[in-house]
Design a protein around this ligand. Structure first.
Ligand SMILES: CC(C)(COP(=O)(O)OP(=O)(O)OC[C@H]1O[C@@H](n2cnc3c(N)ncnc32)[C@H](O)[C@@H]1OP(=O)(O)O)[C@@H](O)C(=O)NCCC(=O)NCCS
Length: 199
């Protein structure tokens, strides 16, 4: 697992990306990325308020500063280009305490940085972290059924749609208080499964 320590920010590294802790001064850029016109139909209604997203990043930065990585139950990370350190988006991993039965991943990239495989690259590292470092049993992700590019990312990560999704997608919409169907894809930790079977 490529884990680096750069200044006080814990970083997961991929070939092209750094997944690092937020700094409070990332808030404006992230709010700008969530505010992009092209993104609006793909993000939750509560994410369409720029002040909400700035506040979210500020809280994540404070949490990262106050809580060491080993004690964190969720990660909110900035995605930056490894070469230039430019901020391209963010990603998250929720309920990732050791041995968790189920963790959730998510991400959001600026349209300027979409189409380069970055979401898949970041998502793969988060799944690996959940499975290998925290021994999480299953990782899932949700998005609007209409978000075809994101669904393709799920599939590239080896995730599969939940059974009964044609019904569940409306329940998820209700739970998120959204008017459009929301689908859930997930992947099981095969390493844990085979070690349980072998025991
Ligand atoms: C959607 C998003 C995550 C994709 O990120 P990305 O870095 O471009 O994703 P990747 O390049 O890793 O993979 C995208 C895949 O979707 C495909 N794709 C792109 N647009 C598509 C479309 N309209 N229909 C079907 N597939 C599409 C790409 O061809 C690629 O697949 P491939 O590698 O097999 O060619 C990113 O654009 C984003 O965050 N957008 C902001 C809005 C959003 O959707 N946020 C997430 C909400 S849950």
């Amino acid at each position: 697992m490529a884990t680096l320590q750069i200044s006080d920010a814990v970083v997961l590294a991929t070939p092209r990306l750094l997944l690092r802790d937020f700094h409070e001064d990332d808030a404006g850029k992230i709010a700008e990325y969530f505010g992009e016109r092209e993104a609006q139909r793909h993000i939750l209604r509560r994410q369409r308020k720029p002040r909400q997203m700035s506040f979210y990043v500020e809280c994540a930065a404070r949490y990262a500063r106050d809580v060491p990585l080993s004690s964190r139950h969720y990660l909110d990370l900035a995605i930056a280009l490894r070469d230039t350190r430019e901020l391209v988006g963010m990603c998250s991993l929720t309920d990732v305490q050791p041995g968790s039965p189920c963790a959730r991943i998510g991400w959001h990239l600026s349209t300027r940085f979409s189409g380069f495989g970055y979401a898949t690259e970041a998502g793969r590292e988060l799944v690996k972290f959940a499975f290998e470092e925290r021994r999480v049993a299953r990782v899932y992700a949700d998005c609007y059924e209409s978000n075809a590019a994101n669904l393709r990312v799920f599939v590239k990560l080896g995730m599969r749609p939940l059974p009964w999704l044609s019904l569940l997608k409306w329940l998820f919409a209700l739970r998120y208080l959204e008017p459009k169907p929301i689908v859930r894809y997930s992947i099981e930790n095969q390493f844990l499964r085979s070690s349980v079977l072998a025991a």
